[in-house]
Structure formats: structure tokens, C-alpha cells
Design a protein around this ligand. Structure first.
Ligand code: SF4
Ligand code: SF4
Length: 366
């Protein structure tokens, strides 16, 4: 099981799609849909956390926030105390503050970058791109050998996915994941804007798949996580559950020891799965069955996002646009399957090249 530990709610960035939108989102109706329960000030006892984590023989810890590197003290304590694999999702600005000895224990790190310097700085603040790149390059220079994954947010104003992904790949990122900033706020749906967005975004998805396939034909499977996840299931003919793992293979642990289905539901009582006083086997399970089980793509999609489905903040026509883009992505990858199978047959690539660790951060379905 993968556990996001929510080390802090504070963040040292004020990104457009998070900070600005939260301020416009006063009356989204969620207080009528869900019961909220705000965490207490009390911080969990690390020994209790350890007992809970070690009750699961396959536990993996993901440091998460707010910005997790604002709590380097707690990261060090947890790494010193608990012997499990570690991952982290960070904006990367404070990466240089974590001593190399600890950084090396975190095998996979998602860093937030949205593409070029111009794009990243526009979304995340001036100077962000250079600072994050410097920190990533320094870590590698000093001997970090884990996986850095560029974690992009695709903003509704900028659907140019393909150009931005290829830019980051040429900058040295072999692993890239993106998530669309759609469906998470009630106030940001605009039908005409979204129709235009998805038209261009889908075109970019097709171009990026073509680029990915040309690399496969030359013997290299780039870790573009949304493609990797879907193609891995197509090749193995296996259905998937919700691909981020939330509520079945992954949970979030709050500082006061509550266990919640996913990191962004940390105040919602309806998604509480237990506490660290329970054992891993007692945790409640959640799924998108109710919303998605009639969809013929469910076995390959998994439901995109538990929060999006349950909060249901966009009108139905907006949600349908999101689902159509997921179906487009799956259909485009299915169409390329014969070429991928051809590359496997001629041993240009192997099945192992498509294998990846599930549930450590990339949600797979954008
Ligand atoms: S495409 Fe939409 S309806 Fe279908 S499984 Fe995915 S999220 Fe659910
Ligand atoms: S994809 Fe949705 S449900 Fe899954 S972890 Fe992210 S916000 Fe939570």
C-alpha cells in the first residue's frame, strides 16, 4: 500500500491554478454534500505511525504537503525511524535543503514543472524554473541516482501539451507526467473555452503519441506516465482500478493520524478510511463504481479521480468533455498497439520497458 504523509498544509508557492482559484471558490456547495472535519493541532506520535506503517509488509511512504520540504525536520525523523521505500511530491524549490544522505533514500521524486521557463514561471512565479532546474541538476551532480519525474499541470489557457513535454524531455527528464486542471473547481467551467481547449489538447495528445511511438520504434520507451499506464494494461490485457490508487491501494495520513482516501480530501469525513490506531487491513475502501461502472472504458480508465467524481463540481456537459478526452487518449493508444506489438516482436523493446511502479504519485489518467 502507498501512503501519502501530509507533512504540512503550508506551501511556499502561490501557483495560479491553486492559489488564485481557491480564493474564487467560496460557494461550491461541498459543505452540503460532505461532512467536514478539520484536523486538530496535535501531531502524530512517530512510534504509532511506525507501528501502523509496518503493519503493512508492502508499505511505501510518499512525502506530500502543502510543500513537504517545509518539514525537513519531520522527513528526517521518519526516514531515520521507519525502514520502507520513500517517494516525494514537491515543488522542488527547497530540494537543496535536504541533506544528500536523506535525499538518496527517496527513490522517486515528482517535481512540479509545467514546461518552458516562460510557462513554468507564469504559472508558478518568477524564477521558479531556474531554481528547480538548478536544484535537480545539483542533486544529480552530487550523486542522486533516483528517478526525477517532471509533474506538469496543464492549464486551461495552454493546451500545448506536446511542445511542453518534448521541451522537458530534451531538458533531460526521461519521466514525465501531466494532469489537466479541469473539473476540480466549480467556478472555472466555461463551455466555449473548454471546447476550444479540448480540441487543441486532443490534437496535441495525438502528436505526442506519434512522437512516443517513433522513439519506441528506435528502441526507447520514454516514461510518459499517462501513455505507459494505459499501454501496460493493453499489453497485459489486465483491467485497472482507479489508477492513482486512492481508497484501494493508496491513502493519505494527516498529521493528527487520520487516514483518508486521498491527499486532497484531508478534511472530508466521508472519505475517512480509519486512523493510524487501526491496521492496514481495517481501512475502508472507495471506488468510482457508482459513477463509472456503466462506461465501456472503465476497465482501462479506472475512473480518473475519486475526488472529481464524488465532488462533481462541473456540470454534466463539462464532465462529459473530460471523459471524451480520456476516451480519445485510450482510443489513440489502442490504434498504435500493432506498432508497439511489432516493436516487441522484433525485440526493439521489451515488456519490462513498459513496467512501472503503480500508485506512487502519477495519477496516469490526466
Ligand atoms: S471515461 Fe469517464 S465515465 Fe468512463 S470510466 Fe473514465 S471517468 Fe468514468
Ligand atoms: S487523482 Fe484524484 S482521487 Fe486520486 S489522488 Fe489525485 S486528487 Fe485524489
Amino acid at each position: 500500500m502507498h501512503y501519502h504523509i501530509l507533512l504540512t498544509e503550508e506551501c511556499n508557492s502561490q501557483c495560479r491554478y491553486c492559489y488564485e482559484k481557491s480564493f474564487k471558490e467560496f460557494d461550491n456547495g461541498l459543505n452540503k454534500k460532505f461532512k467536514f472535519c478539520f484536523s486538530s493541532e496535535k501531531e502524530f506520535d512517530i512510534k504509532k505511525l511506525k507501528d501502523f506503517i509496518l503493519s503493512d509488509p508492502n508499505a511505501v511512504i510518499i512525502f506530500y504537503g502543502g510543500e513537504p520540504l517545509l518539514r525537513i525536520d519531520l522527513i528526517k525523523k521518519i526516514i531515520d525511524e521507519i525502514d520502507v521505500p520513500f517517494r516525494m511530491q514537491t515543488n522542488g524549490k527547497l530540494l537543496n535543503g535536504l541533506p544528500l544522505k536523506y535525499l538518496k533514500k527517496i527513490d522517486k521524486i515528482l517535481v512540479s514543472l509545467d514546461g518552458t521557463k516562460e510557462r513554468t514561471d507564469f504559472n508558478r512565479g518568477k524564477g521558479t524554473f531556474d531554481l528547480v532546474m538548478k536544484n535537480v541538476e545539483n542533486a544529480i551532480k552530487e550523486g542522486y541516482r533516483g528517478e526525477f519525474i517532471a509533474r506538469m499541470t496543464i492549464d486551461q489557457d495552454f493546451p500545448d501539451l506536446c511542445d511542453q513535454v518534448i521541451f522537458l524531455q530534451k531538458k533531460g527528464f526521461q519521466s514525465i507526467h501531466w494532469q489537466l486542471d479541469v473539473g476540480f473547481y466549480k467556478s472555472d467551467f466555461n463551455k466555449i473555452k473548454m471546447e476550444k481547449f479540448f480540441e487543441e489538447y486532443n490534437y496535441q495528445v495525438r502528436n505526442l503519441i506519434n512522437y512516443w511511438i517513433t522513439k519506441i520504434e528506435k528502441g526507447k520507451v520514454l516514461k510518459f506516465y499517462p501513455f505507459l499506464g494505459i499501454v501496460e494494461n493493453l499489453l497485459n490485457k489486465r483491467p485497472t482500478k482507479l489508477r492513482c490508487g486512492a481508497g484501494h491501494s493508496g491513502y493519505a495520513i494527516t498529521l493528527d493520524g487520520k487516514i483518508i482516501a486521498c491527499p486532497i480530501m484531508n478534511y472530508i469525513e466521508d472519505f475517512k478510511a480509519g486512523t493510524i490506531d487501526d491496521s492496514q487491513k481495517q481501512l475502508n475502501k472507495f471506488s468510482c463504481d457508482e459513477e463509472c461502472s456503466n462506461c465501456s472504458y472503465y476497465n482501462l480508465c479506472g475512473g480518473r479521480c475519486l475526488y472529481w467524481r464524488k465532488a462533481n463540481l462541473w456540470p454534466e456537459e463539462g464532465n462529459e468533455m473530460i471523459c471524451d478526452s480520456i476516451k480519445f487518449l485510450i482510443d489513440e493508444l489502442k490504434e498504435q498497439l500493432p506498432l508497439i506489438e511489432g516493436a516487441l516482436k522484433t525485440r526493439k523493446v521489451s515488456l519490462d520497458d513498459f513496467a512501472y511502479e503503480k500508485y506512487f504519485g502519477p495519477e496516469i489518467i490526466p
